[in-house]
Design a protein around this ligand. Structure first.
Ligand SMILES: Nc1ncnc2c1ncn2[C@@H]1O[C@H](COP(=O)(O)OP(=O)(O)OP(=O)(O)O)[C@@H](O)[C@H]1O
Ligand SMILES: [Mg+2]
Length: 236
């Protein structure tokens, strides 16, 4: 059974239609990358999955139709989104940001233990646990945003362009963590990226999105064997 199965998804903003019948699947334990240029509709896809904007078509999680569920219900079902631009609370400490990420869970139940667990995975955050999120570097804020999403104990993590504005070395570090969470913890991941070269290394499968439509999909090896795709997305 798929972790996430999307069929004929359409979504947009008021009269503006952005997604035009999108099909996409994330298998259990898969790390799927969605590539696409600016404005292709990647963030819109993430928002539609999270229930943050109006959508039509079918979105199933583990075989259950969640298309009409509220954002809150969708988080409780196990889908957490790391929004583009991070969306952490700048005035709150690192610890309080993480606690906020656990809001859907029952009080007390393992929350502190989980926080320590993510501090082990992201030692830079542990060192800065009392610091305001707004004073962290871009890379540290991105780590915090991911750790915060993980605090809801998701089965599927939606990650929207985590590499934006980060140096290649930090991006590599983030992708390594995402890859490890996927292979070692079995976390299913849908990763949106423009940084195709790095992202494709950790991907099980890749989708290409162009103006609201999937125009190609396959394994990283399959897509990088295609000349036109390689030139357009991989730059070599
Ligand atoms: N709130 C909004 N209201 C109206 N149009 C919007 C809104 N948000 C996005 N759009 C439009 O929807 C289209 C897709 O935007 P989206 O943010 O999904 O692109 P993207 O693939 O995530 O791009 P990027 O790589 O730049 O983040 C764009 O044409 C954009 O202008
Ligand atoms: Mg976007």
């Amino acid at each position: 059974m798929s972790m996430l199965k999307i069929e004929g998804l359409t979504a947009g903003y008021g009269p503006v239609s952005v997604l035009h019948g999108l099909d996409l699947e994330v298998g259990e334990g898969e790390l799927v990358v969605m590539l696409g240029a600016n404005g292709a509709g990647k963030t819109t896809t993430m928002r539609a999955i999270s229930g943050l904007i109006g959508r039509q078509g079918t979105i199933e999680m583990e075989g259950v139709n969640i298309t009409k569920w509220s954002p809150d219900h969708i988080v409780r079902a196990g889908i957490a989104q790391v929004p583009q631009g991070r969306g952490t609370f700048p005035e709150l400490s690192v610890e309080d940001n993480l606690l906020a990420g656990a809001y859907v869970r029952h009080k007390g139940e393992g929350v502190r233990d989980d926080m320590e667990r993510w501090f082990d995975v992201f030692p830079r955050l542990a060192e800065r646990r009392a610091q305001k999120a707004g004073s962290l570097s871009g890379g540290e804020q991105q780590m915090l945003a991911i750790a915060r999403a993980l605090m809801s104990r998701p089965k599927l993590l939606l990650c929207d362009e985590p590499s934006l504005g980060l140096a290649p070395l930090i991006t590599q570090e983030l992708f390594d963590v995402l890859g490890r969470l996927n292979t070692e913890e079995g976390l299913s991941v849908l990763l949106v990226e423009q940084n195709a070269n790095l992202a494709m290394h950790i991907a099980s499968r890749v989708y290409l999105l162009e103006t609201g439509r999937i125009v190609a999909s396959g394994t990283s090896a399959e897509l990088s064997a295609d000349d036109s795709i390689r030139k357009a997305y991989l730059g070599f």
